[in-house]
Ligand binder design. Structure first.
Ligand SMILES: Cc1cc2nc3c(=O)[nH]c(=O)nc-3n(C[C@H](O)[C@H](O)[C@H](O)COP(=O)(O)O)c2cc1C
Length: 163
């Protein structure tokens, strides 16, 4: 299973780590999505939000996952300007064709996701994945992070049991 995330300030990283921790009994790769041009708090607020709202694809470090290297996918992003972050949008754009593979998506947010989770789900669906959960997680509620991680892991575990 592939658990991929981008995180500027650590909340989404916690969601990814908690999800991986609940995927017991599975081989799990946790992959941090790293933009070639990193964001600071300032550049995220100016450049990052503009890119997020425009749907800009940015260059990522490392190589994109290849078809056949995973059987289920979790993708997590912070909300930036009501959207998923540019690194996550770019990672999703570079995914191999999903051919119906199960996926869960989740965004963390500070109170105003305004549909960022549904839009991220739409991007992953458009790559051919079956999105089982589109989670929206208030970043300052640690129980919400844990609850979302359990839901994400349960959905992926159930899907792999029936595959
Ligand atoms: C540039 C920027 C834009 C943001 N835009 C939103 C937003 O539109 N709605 C919202 O609820 N939170 C917004 N936030 C808050 C983050 O989505 C939230 O704190 C998230 O959990 C951060 O994840 P991270 O710690 O993994 O980077 C924004 C934060 C930043 C830095």
């Amino acid at each position: 299973m592939l658990v991929a995330y981008y995180s500027l300030t650590g909340f989404t990283a916690k969601l990814a780590a908690a999800t991986a921790a609940h995927l017991t009994g599975h081989a799990v790769d946790v992959v941090e999505i790293v933009p070639v041009k990193p964001y600071s708090h300032f550049t995220a607020g100016v450049r990052g939000v503009t890119q997020a709202m425009a749907g800009t694809i940015v260059d990522l470090a490392g190589t994109a996952p290849v078809a056949g290297s995973f059987e289920a996918l979790a993708v997590f992003s912070p909300t930036w300007g009501w959207m998923s972050s540019p690194p996550v949008r770019s990672f999703v754009a570079g995914l191999p064709e999903g051919r119906g593979l199960p996926a869960v998506v989740g965004v963390t947010h500070a109170g105003g996701p305004i549909g960022s989770f549904d839009r991220l789900a739409g991007l992953v669906r458009a790559r051919g994945y079956t999105v089982l959960e589109a989670l929206s997680v208030f970043c300052y509620a640690s129980d919400a992070v844990e609850e979302a991680a359990v839901r994400a892991a349960s959905a992926l575990t159930a899907a792999s049991a029936t595959a």
